[in-house]
Design a protein around this ligand. Sequence first.
Ligand SMILES: [Zn+2]
Length: 239
Amino acid sequence: MKIFLDPGHNYSGSDTGAGGFGLREEIVTFEVANKLRELLQSAGHEVRMSRNYVTDNVGNGTIASSLNERVSMSNSWRADLFVSIHCNAFNGAARGTETLVYSKGSDAAEIAQRVQTAIVNNLGTADRGVKARSELAVLKNTMSPALLVELAFIDNEDDAWFLKTRQEDFAKAIFEGITGERAGGIAELTDIHDIAWEYAYRGIVEDLEGFENEMRQNPNGRLYWLARKTLQFIRERNF
Ligand SMILES: [Zn+2]
């Protein structure tokens, strides 16, 4: 399959994205798309991207030209699928993953639902569902089925943590949604703060700081070992 990946926004100029908690959307979208490209190419798919380097800018400086050029690159290559990757923002007041398509009941909507489910199950982000957004240029003007994945909210503290620490897992989940294949194993977990944070986020542990301190006091002890292995098990089975 010929898959066109569009890491949302430009590195500089008028079409830069949202930001929050030290993250910039145009950098996160590029990193996730770049990891996704590797996964798809290893599985035998042809991939092109609207930006090939994180510092690339598309278009002649206006937002409209940035969007139009992404669409025309994909159309002139005759891609089978167009996947745009973005981060959402809403003044910190919302969180979760959503996937946008031109219309419901389409081929794109079916793929979008699989991508949406894979992200929510694999990462544990809030499920905002698949939504029809017929006014968006990259969904309206693409000739192939097209989806726009809003990974998570960059201006929400919990979601920003996902965007910062789970870029590889976002890529793997989108890969799974597109291809129906499972992408490699989950990476070995080692960072004590990341582990403690995820237990707290999932509501398994209430006292994040206490839990983290206990592990830090004995990094070779049973608690750290068990917390690490259990979280790995939870992630691999999509609990
Ligand atoms: Zn965006």
